[in-house]
Write a protein that binds this ligand. Structure first.
Ligand code: SF4
Length: 306
């Protein structure tokens, strides 16, 4: 579902277990998000996948983003959290029309009821119930009891239910990068929709990007993509069923991207058309180096393509 049609394909439980074993060997204790422009709640045996993480990677926290379509009752949500989920974020988009806002708003409140009922039954630590308005409705529930301490803990320490409103546009414009527009044209994949408009970058932005320093993005078939916007792995960094995650994480190709992005050089495959901002935790980035001479050469490559 989404802008691009993709086949419904899943990582096998066997493959998932081998991936988790790889992470366990690395003593990984960070965050795992079971979503990548897909609908994770569609997987019938999702609870089994969650249980594998819960039993093998005890220090990790697990998050799912969903459109909520498959949530039929509170029990569904309870089962997820009992299987090991720590955060469930449901995003519901409205086209902004009165009719759609009314319809989706009702549905959203129903989902919110399920989530709040589940949270109450499980005794989750809920945080505040912020209500604010946007054209994107969000229900965000977090099990703080087992949630790892994020650097910016606030970001994940809430149960949140936002409603729809046209105010969203104005509110968001203030926080987005005005110079490069406020619509995120991620990796340029809206170029065909915004042809001949200012949404399509004329030249690469001169900004860093933290994604390649913070995350690894794995598709259902084990392919590792450059970032969460590279959902077809056009920049293929390796495959976790053939090469260890550690090797891929430290690969020359990924380090070349890091070196160039750290130096605000986005003239790379995928990045050159991307208007996503720098991302979280820029102040924590540490540059990578291949040695002074090689660094210069890599930074001088006109357009980096794998
Ligand atoms: S700049 Fe590159 S790495 Fe960062 S989000 Fe865009 S395409 Fe991905």
């Amino acid at each position: 579902m989404g802008y691009v049609d993709r086949e419904k394909e899943y990582m096998s439980l066997k493959g998932f277990k081998s991936l988790v074993a790889d992470l366990k060997a690395l003593k990984y204790s960070g965050r795992i998000e079971l979503c990548f422009y897909n609908e994770p709640l569609e997987i019938k045996k999702l609870n089994e996948y969650l249980q594998v993480i819960k039993s093998e990677l005890r220090g990790c926290t697990v998050m799912i983003e969903s459109n909520g379509v498959y949530i039929k009752d509170a029990k569904f949500v309870i089962d997820l959290f009992e299987s090991g989920l720590n955060q469930l974020k449901i995003n519901i988009y409205s086209d902004g029309s009165e009719k759609d806002i009314e319809r989706k708003g009702k549905w959203m409140m129903k989902l919110a009821d399920y989530c709040f009922e589940a949270a109450e039954k499980l005794g989750l630590s809920l945080g505040s119930k912020d209500m604010y308005k946007s054209t994107k409705g969000i229900i965000d529930i977090v099990d703080k009891r087992f949630f790892m301490m994020e650097i910016d803990g606030e970001q994940f320490s809430r149960v949140n239910c936002s409603l729809f409103s046209e105010e969203f546009g104005d509110k968001n414009k203030k926080t987005r990068n005005k110079k490069y527009n406020f619509v995120e044209n991620r990796a340029g994949f809206l170029n065909d929709k915004f042809e001949n408009t200012e949404m399509v970058l004329k030249e690469p932005m001169k900004e860093t990007c933290t994604l390649v320093f913070r995350r690894i993005h794995i598709l259902h078939n084990g392919d590792v993509a450059l970032c969460c916007n590279d959902f077809k792995a056009d920049v293929l960094l390796g495959n976790v069923f053939e090469t260890s995650i550690e090797e891929i994480w430290n690969s020359d190709l990924l380090n070349m991207y890091r070196l160039r992005l750290f130096n605000k050089n986005r003239n790379n495959k995928m990045c050159s058309e991307c208007n996503v901002g720098s991302g979280f935790y820029v102040h924590l980035l540490k540059g990578v180096t291949f040695g002074d001479d090689l660094d210069k050469e890599i930074l001088n490559i006109k357009y980096l393509t794998p």
